[in-house]
Write a protein that binds this ligand. Structure first.
Ligand SMILES: Nc1ncnc2c1ncn2[C@@H]1O[C@H](COP(=O)(O)OP(=O)(O)OP(=O)(O)O)[C@@H](O)[C@H]1O
Length: 359
């Protein structure tokens, strides 16, 4: 992950609402702006784009886009904006919609090749189609390809999947993952869907009522015991792992990460060598002081206690543990935690009752 590439500080007031944020965002990957409806995600995105005038400062890769004395208008900010609605030109084919975006940039300044954008978004077989004959998901893929072909330094996406039905959403997610992994520019992605964020984001900015309540790399931020996200039942971690062994007779696949491995039910979408994100909820992780093999749980991991937060809710303790460098959370009753007398640094065994591939 690049060090801070985007620094933004904005104050923007509407009757009954104030956005007051200070952000430092990385220079690649997907940053999710996440929070309930009305918390200010779109307003923040519009401030970054220069579509909303606000007090503050913004610099992108060291170039000031806004200072106390300067405000670059939107057409002078090298960014692309993808909305819920695609706004394709209905009278132009997919190819001509795409070249329209690309032609706005002089040939010598183009950063992204036409064929790459077409291939990342799986559009080769659709190039001669008219937009009216595309599905919602295909239309959104064309809109994203058109946006990146303008060679932006920054890609802003405001709930790009929210107008799509569930199956179109599922269909488009792998393309967004591919973009995240290939595109060298940062993407800021507004969403209030936990599953989209879990699957796509590298970095997260959690907002509440116009303020940032947590920001940082996704995996680390989710593993905070102070739970700025207040996910409660859904508190847990995401583990980035690689499929490195199959146990065909038992239909199991092993996913390994820094600190151990987990066995999951085989999923035909994942092959040997593939990377996946695995969700492990705090309520599915229990802690033992010794290695018990005489029980049904298959996923046992040696780990050490990192931090114990008692009474996150009355009677509940949240424990942060490290298996290698990979954080896990375990939610226990405070009585069990007291009986185990857990202390930072203590070696323990994690018993993981349930794990799920994020999709
Ligand atoms: N131009 C405006 N004039 C007055 N109030 C506005 C304006 N734009 C947004 N607001 C208010 O600012 C607050 C934040 O709105 P915003 O659209 O940024 O939230 P959001 O987190 O993107 O919500 P959603 O997820 O529903 O899109 C809301 O209370 C909204 O009513």
């Amino acid at each position: 992950m690049n060090p801070t590439a985007i620094e933004a500080r904005f104050i923007c007031r509407f009757p009954g609402f104030e956005l007051d944020v200070d952000l430092k965002l990385p220079g690649n990957g997907i940053t999710a702006l996440f929070g309930h409806s009305g918390c200010g995600k779109t307003t923040l995105l519009r401030c970054i784009a220069g579509l909303q005038q606000a007090q503050g400062q913004l610099s992108v890769f060291g170039t000031p886009w806004q200072t106390d004395t300067l405000f670059r208008p939107v057409h002078q900010r090298p960014l692309a904006y993808v909305f819920q609605e695609t706004h394709l030109f209905p009278h132009l084919s997919v190819r001509r919609n795409l070249t329209f975006g690309q032609r706005r940039v002089p040939a010598e300044q183009r950063q992204i090749r036409f064929d790459d954008a077409v291939s990342w978004l799986g559009l080769a077989h659709l190039l001669e189609r008219m937009p009216a004959r595309l599905s919602g998901g295909e239309r959104q893929r064309v809109a994203i390809a058109r946006a990146i072909l303008t060679s932006p330094r920054l890609l802003l996406m405001d709930e790009p999947l929210s107008a799509l039905d569930q199956s179109s959403k599922q269909e488009i997610l792998p393309y967004l993952e591919r973009l995240r992994d290939h595109l060298a520019i940062p993407m800021i992605y507004v969403s209030h869907s936990t599953s989209e964020v879990a699957r796509l984001a590298n970095h997260i900015v959690m907002m509440d009522n116009g303020r940032v309540i947590a920001q940082g790399p996704l995996q680390e931020t989710l593993a905070r015991v102070d739970q700025p996200f207040r996910l409660e039942e859904d508190a847990g971690v995401l583990v980035q792992a690689t499929l490195d062994a199959l146990d065909e007779p038992w239909h199991l696949a092993r996913f390994s990460f820094d600190g151990g491995s987990l066995w999951l039910r085989q999923d035909p979408r994942f092959r040997h060598g593939d990377q996946a994100r695995i969700q492990v909820l705090a309520r599915d992780v229990s802690i033992a002081l010794t290695e018990h093999r005489d029980q049904s749980i298959q996923n046992l991991l040696p780990a050490r206690v990192d931090h114990v937060e008692t009474d996150v809710t009355p009677g509940t303790t949240l424990v942060r543990l490290l298996a290698g460098n990979t954080p896990f959370l375990s939610r226990l009753t405070s009585r069990s935690a007291a009986q185990l007398a857990l202390t930072p640094g203590q070696p323990v065994w994690l018993q993981i009752k349930s794990v799920a591939l994020v999709d």
